[in-house]
Design a protein around this ligand. Structure first.
Ligand SMILES: Cc1cc2nc3c(=O)[nH]c(=O)nc-3n(C[C@H](O)[C@H](O)[C@H](O)COP(=O)(O)OP(=O)(O)OC[C@H]3O[C@@H](n4cnc5c(N)ncnc54)[C@H](O)[C@@H]3O)c2cc1C
Length: 446
């Protein structure tokens, strides 16, 4: 009997289980343990969203679970009575429904050979044992396994570094921006400050609006930029050949700039140039020396993030409406202290050489998943670090691993933890390929 334990039953872990079941063509007896602390697999952080205003940031036609069947998710939507075009940005909750349905379907077709055991539990440790690994669960159960996959996904955001830390326990401070009940916890008249202005901040603003929020909403970020807005219908040819073998950020930027200008002249759009880079991004990143990766992080990361991770036009329209009405105000600056005050939380921030401050009732941390494993407090992470079974990568974006996700003998990861290795590794178009390749490897007993 071959036993594989997957820790984390979000989209990555669930997709890996689905691929293991589908690819087990030899019909070898296989047990899959899927350990997930949430009640349902397939949802994770991204697809547990309660609000239908929280949309996928990728069109339905590009969100298939299977690399070889690109229209699979769109066809599934149509089969469920959602008469939508492939370029629609559908609610994220539906994607969680899709993955959960796929897991059930794959099991129904392979029930004889595969046993899937769902553990609603937290994995707290992994140890080497004779002939394999043992996963320790918080409930006390142990899962002897031939191979283990760490599909941790997204962690809660980091706390502010430095300054007073008393704000952490203040009732107005919201550390989990992905809590599906978040908007219900915020009084409609509250003065709100959102830290960060990426896609999670956009979702948070949409949830507040949906809940009838009337108070002033500020959103602060170091550059003051919001994610760009999707504009579909443009295309741009690949320019892979020009990029191949380039190992300097400056050189790459020069090539990309030339294509941005060409796109504009030819009536295309800069977004199509960014999208044309996607198939090459992982190889380009892996080819850059560490010093060049650091250069990219220093000078280009922010502009990359807002250009690459775009929001649907429907979301941008709500933001524009709130800004026009004066209810949403964007601030530029770097927060350097947060302190409980008599009437809320006092937030101090710096913009250029000027110090500013603002008092709010509610502060929501939308700075994104903590990527530095050395700073995480999750017991599993701490135990694996202490044993030397995982190490943070040099840029503190994820874990040191092979490009195929191997962390060590019998131990693998996929998805977000591979960001430092591959850069482009957090969205479904990449995760679905990783899940398929990893499943094939695991089944081959590698
Ligand atoms: C808000 C948000 C929206 C996004 N929208 C999109 C989108 O529209 N399109 C797209 O392609 N990508 C999107 N992404 C990227 C997203 O990271 C991936 O699409 C996908 O959700 C990643 O799934 P995951 O399973 O790796 O991570 P997660 O969704 O974070 O799931 C990981 C799961 O592992 C569990 N877990 C972790 N540690 C343990 C443990 N020790 N024991 C038990 N369980 C554990 C957690 O409970 C969690 O459920 C979004 C990300 C976020 C955060």
């Amino acid at each position: 009997m071959h036993t594989i334990t997957i820790i984390g039953g979000g989209a990555s872990g669930t997709l890996l289980a689905i691929q293991l079941i589908r690819l087990n063509q030899q019909q070898q007896p296989l047990t899959i343990h899927l350990v997930e602390s949430r009640p349902q697999p397939g949802r994770g952080v991204a697809y547990s969203a309660a609000s239908l205003t929280h949309r996928l940031n990728v069109p339905a036609g590009k969100m298939s679970a299977f690399p070889q069947e690109p229209q699979h998710f769109h066809r599934w939507l149509l089969s469920r009575g959602h008469a939508l075009e492939a370029d629609a940005f559908v609610p994220r909750r539906w994607y969680g429904d899709y993955l959960a349905a796929l897991l059930e379907e794959s099991l129904a077709g392979n029930a004889a050979a595969v046993t899937l055991q769902l553990h609603e539990d937290e994995a707290v440790d992994v140890s080497h044992a004779t002939g394999g690994l043992v996963v320790q669960l918080a409930s006390g159960q142990q899962l002897p396994s031939d191979q283990v996959v760490l599909a941790f996904g997204n962690f809660l955001p980091p706390y502010l570094r430095g300054g007073s830390q008393e704000y952490r326990s203040h009732p107005g401070y919201q550390h989990n921006p992905w809590d599906p009940q978040l908007a219900d916890k915020i009084p409609v008249g509250a003065r709100v400050l959102i830290i960060g202005m990426g896609l999670t901040a956009v979702d948070t603003i949409l949830s507040l609006h949906e809940a009838g929020h009337r108070g002033l909403i500020h959103a602060i970020s170091t550059h003051g930029w919001a994610p760009a807005v999707h504009e579909l219908g443009h295309s741009y040819p690949s320019f892979s050949a020009e990029l191949a073998g380039k190992t300097s950020v400056r050189e790459l930027l020069r090539i990309v700039r030339r294509h941005l200008a060409l796109a504009q002249q030819s009536g295309s759009n800069w977004r199509a140039v960014v999208d044309a880079l996607r198939p090459d991004t992982q190889a380009l990143w892996q080819g850059l020396p560490l010093v060049e990766k650091r250069r990219f992080m220093r000078h280009l990361r922010r502009i990359w993030d807002v250009s690459r991770h775009r929001m649907p036009a429907e979301c941008a329209a709500v933001l524009a409406e709130l800004e026009a009405a004066g209810q949403l105000q964007r601030l530029t600056g770097r927060i350097n202290n947060i302190e409980p005050a008599a009437d809320g939380l006092q937030v101090s921030y710096r913009r250029h050489d000027d110090q500013h401050s603002l008092t709010v009732d509610v502060l929501i941390n939308c700075t994104g998943s903590e990527s530095d494993f050395a700073r995480l407090e999750q017991p599993l992470v701490r135990n694996l670090l202490a044993k030397g079974l995982i190490q943070p990568d040099a840029l503190r974006l994820g874990l040191q691993a092979g490009p195929d996700g191997q962390l060590g003998p019998r131990l693998y990861t996929l998805g977000t933890a591979l960001k430092g290795v591959l850069w482009e590794s957090t969205a479904m178009p990449e995760i679905r390929s990783q899940a398929q390749q990893l499943a094939a490897r695991l089944l081959a007993g590698e």
